[in-house]
Design a protein around this ligand. Structure first.
Ligand SMILES: C[S@@+](CC[C@H](N)C(=O)[O-])C[C@H]1O[C@@H](n2cnc3c(N)ncnc32)[C@H](O)[C@@H]1O
Length: 321
């Protein structure tokens, strides 16, 4: 809504006062203000939020005699205040949060395991590995857990809008055009097409995870595109006769799921399985430690640094030759 040099409390108040908040929220509505960052003049984030809140309320009183109330838990409108030091000069940005619930929460994952991937991280990794594949070549996730990779792939390939199950912050804004939203939504839905999806196969050693992945794929509306089996990766049965395609793997990390010794052995066995049963497939592995990738004994062509939650991770592109 605004970006300006901010050297004092007064700068912040005056700039916030000039923003036509009444376009987004009614005097009967609710709002909250959240601040990130500080300046030498505004060191306390709660105080900065208060300054913006006062400006917003004062503007309403001047215009209409009433004011929206503050609701920190479920506001209709969330105003965000960011401070940034740009080469010694402090800038403030005032924003409206149009999502409220973080965008990675697509709304289909009711069930997760111990170490689930964020949906948006899975989607970004898919972007990286899709460059080396053809449109209908199969994808296999041998450690599918709650099914995030496969579901994100299915959503993308079937042209299913990933946010179709969730609400967004902007839906509570006063100027939200419900009719326009419905027509955009309908148009997007009309483009969904399951026939665009390649074979997507997943396995996990835990029956409980397979059930979760199954349930999540039903909620996401893509269960008909995904085949799931319970079993260890070396016995994945349905793969015979399919391919070559892409293996997209997020094996256990160690930090949360197994010991380093167990993991090294498992990765070695994984490398052998890939050589024997998936030779000439592209293989992408998300891992916390390149020593596990070495243990696989495959050719490492490329690696990307990624953040998986709090963990520093590597996304590696490997082949058998
Ligand atoms: C890091 S998690 C995968 C999380 C998944 N990407 C998700 O979003 O939910 C690793 C998964 O590997 C599974 N697993 C462990 N050993 C396995 C094996 N030998 N074969 C197949 N799956 C295994 C675990 O049950 C766990 O669900």
């Amino acid at each position: 809504m605004a970006e300006f040099p901010c050297e004092s409390k007064d700068d912040l108040y005056q700039q916030a006062l000039g923003i036509p908040f009444e376009q987004w929220v009614d005097k009967e509505g609710t709002f909250a203000v959240y601040t990130e960052g500080k300046t030498p003049f505004l060191r306390n984030t709660m105080f900065s939020s208060l300054v913006v809140k006062d400006a917003l309320v004062d503007r309403f009183y001047k215009l209409s005699g009433g004011r929206p109330s503050v609701d920190k838990d479920k506001p209709d409108v969330l105003v965000q205040v960011y401070f940034e030091d740009r080469q010694g000069r402090f800038y403030c940005t005032l924003l409206m949060d149009s999502s409220l619930v973080p965008l990675y929460q697509r709304g289909y994952r009711e069930q997760v395991g111990q170490a689930p991937l964020k949906e948006t991280l899975a989607a970004s990794l898919i972007e990286l590995c899709e460059k080396s594949t053809t449109s209908l070549a199969p994808f296999v996730d041998l450690f599918c857990g709650s099914g995030t990779f496969l579901i994100e792939l299915a959503l993308k390939r079937t042209k299913t809008p990933p946010g179709r199950l969730r609400d967004f912050g902007f839906m509570k804004w006063k100027n939200f055009d419900n009719q326009l939203w419905s027509s955009v939504f309908k148009e997007a839905e009309s483009q969904r097409d399951d026939s665009l999806c390649p074979p997507l196969l997943g396995c996990d050693i835990k029956e409980e995870m397979i059930q979760k992945a199954q349930r999540n794929s039903v909620v996401a509306g893509v269960s008909s595109c995904i085949q799931l089996k319970c079993g260890s990766f070396e016995n994945m049965p349905a793969v015979l006769g399919l391919g070559p395609g892409t293996l997209l793997l997020n094996p256990p990390y160690g930090h949360r799921l197994s010991t380093p010794q167990e993991l090294s052995l498992m990765y070695k066995k994984l490398g052998q399985t890939i050589r024997q049963r998936f030779s000439s497939w592209n293989c992408y592995v998300l891992t916390s430690d390149l020593r596990y990738i070495d243990a696989m004994g495959l050719f490492l062509h490329k690696q990307w640094d990624v953040k998986n939650g709090d963990l520093d991770a590597k996304f590696c592109y490997l082949t058998t030759a």
